[in-house]
Write a protein that binds this ligand. Sequence first.
Ligand code: MRU
Length: 345
Amino acid sequence: MRCIDWAGDRVRLLDQTCLPSDEVWLELSDHGSVIAAIKEMRIRGAPAIGVAGAYAVVLAAQQLRGAGSKAAFVAQLDTAAQEIANARPTGANLAWAVRRMIDVAHKAASPEAALTALTAEARAIQRQDEEANRRMGRLGADLLPAGAVLTHCNTGFLATGGYGTALGVILTAWCDGKLKHVYATETRPLLQGARLTAWELARAGAEATLLPDSAAGELMRRGKVQSAIVGADRIAANGDTANKIGTYVLAVLAKEHRIPFYIAAPTSTVDMTISSGREINVEERAPEEVTHLAGQRVAAQGVSVFNTAFDVTPAKYIAAIVTERGVAAPPYEASLKTLMESRDG
Ligand code: MRU
């Protein structure tokens, strides 16, 4: 199952703002519409945003192929690519995918050749993400202790090129018969857990329980979970990890309760250009996401809002980072460097 795909000359994507009540597929044929869909979180999750960004570059190339010389085409494509890469700032995968696409465009002999090569590259980015997820699923499932697991936000096929990162690990372990239960946080304010993860778990037939974000401490204190696993939007060279707001709280609570706290993310999420989480640009989003529920104001008028979309979990709270190239263990400076320098497999 995929939440995004290339449909010959346009992108098809499942509008995640309508889930779980309606399955609405959008067909987008210009890169501006894809940028809007990313900003409005119709497609979300760092790897899925990366795939959407790659297809957006193809759409821009489609529009610009009549721009004249190869130099004029590439110059205009660079400008469009910059706009695409800036759609959401925190996830590493978007800028990574757009850079990969632009390298392809620069190497092509003509605009027409570039368009063919870019289409193939975007499809390869999606296929490789899905393959990476399946490898992570196996590695992570072998790592998870038996029993019940806690997860946060949505990291399944809806958040990726296909299959899922942390949720891929969970579903692999579920199919192995290793997991007896999955606990998913609601994930305030946009409820990715309640709307999307609960929906994916139900479709997969996994036994799941939804909890308010603030109930995680009590869940752990009662000994209900044996591990926690989440995805990542950007991982610094020292293992500090940006992920959906609330991840940091869960990681600290897990340490207090001696529950291993894992990250699952493809190497396209690892940013070796930054030494620590202090350098991560954390997205701030509109106050209405907190003050309103389903379009209805629930907060008192006039109150100010702290709506940072992500937080940064220091590496010391993370028991291991599962990637498609292997499992990194602390100290992450050394293990991530080794993994990033290694080849797949
Ligand atoms: O704001 P979102 O919904 O895009 O945030 C998504 C997350 O934080 C995910 O945990 C992360 O992108 C990993 S998705 C495989």
